[in-house]
Design a protein around this ligand. Structure first.
Ligand code: 5GP
Ligand code: MG
Length: 219
């Protein structure tokens, strides 16, 4: 297993927070059980990740590759913080360019085990580059392993992976990203870009879905 920078570990016994303590959209009020990671904490952790990434990769032009759809919010916030570091540094700053890829592997809350690349036409732009893959969550790690294999075909110079979340699961193939925001228990989480059949991306906190929500939005 590759080494990665330390992260915030959310324990199995951690119950998160009561929904009523936070602002949650009314249309999801009965579809969620608990707030697991509040938006403010996500942003604060992301700001620090941006610093770690710039320290590690900031000597070169960085091509940031967003894994859609789940990674879009983390990608936007992370790059915002990296841009701020670039803008505030008097000694050095690096250009950053962005590319996008879309992977599909989940139906309801289950991995289909088959990873489909829906939009991979930007990959030739990665040849010879320092690439930062930005992902929402690494669960089994199968999707990331598949993506890394695919990228190899385009000969990037360096590839690093930043994932907001990593799940502690016995189903893991042992893959660990270079930069991790939070390690979470083996539960299905939604919000901040992460969906359940396309719902809950419009929720700013990361939450655990309720039985009602699971039934209501099941495919
Ligand atoms: P993996 O191949 O690592 O098992 O999972 C790949 C993808 O499945 C993740 O990038 C993410 O899009 C989706 N996924 C895995 N676990 C969760 C989860 O708890 N919640 C949501 N919304 N998506 C997940
Ligand atoms: Mg994803």
């Amino acid at each position: 297993m590759a080494t990665s920078s330390p992260c915030i570990v959310i324990g199995d016994e951690d119950q998160g927070y009561d929904l009523d303590l936070f602002c949650v959209p009314k249309h999801y009020a009965s579809d969620l059980e608990r707030v697991y990671i509040p938006h403010g904490l996500i942003l604060d952790r992301t700001e620090r990740l941006a610093r770690e990434i710039m320290k590690d990769m900031g000597g070169h032009h960085v091509v940031a590759l967003c894994v859609l759809k789940g990674g879009y919010k983390f990608f936007a916030d992370l790059l915002g913080y990296m841009e701020a570091l670039n803008g505030n540094s008097e000694s050095c700053s690096v250009p950053m360019t962005v590319e996008f890829i879309r992977l599909v592997s989940y139906c309801d809350d289950q991995s289909t085990g088959e990873i489909k690349v829906i939009r991979g036409d930007d990959l030739p732009a990665l040849t010879g580059k320092h690439v930062l893959i930005v992902e929402d969550i690494v669960d089994t790690g199968k999707a990331m392993k598949t993506l890394l294999e695919l990228l190899k075909l385009h000969n990037p110079q360096i590839v690093k992976v930043a994932s907001l979340l990593v799940k502690r699961t016995p189903r893991s193939v042992g893959y660990r990203p270079d930069f991790v925001g939070f390690e979470v228990p083996d539960k299905f989480v939604v919000g901040y870009g992460l969906d359940y059949n396309e719902y809950f991306r419009d929720l700013k906190h990361i939450c655990v879905i309720s039985e009602t929500g699971r039934e209501k939005y099941k495919s």
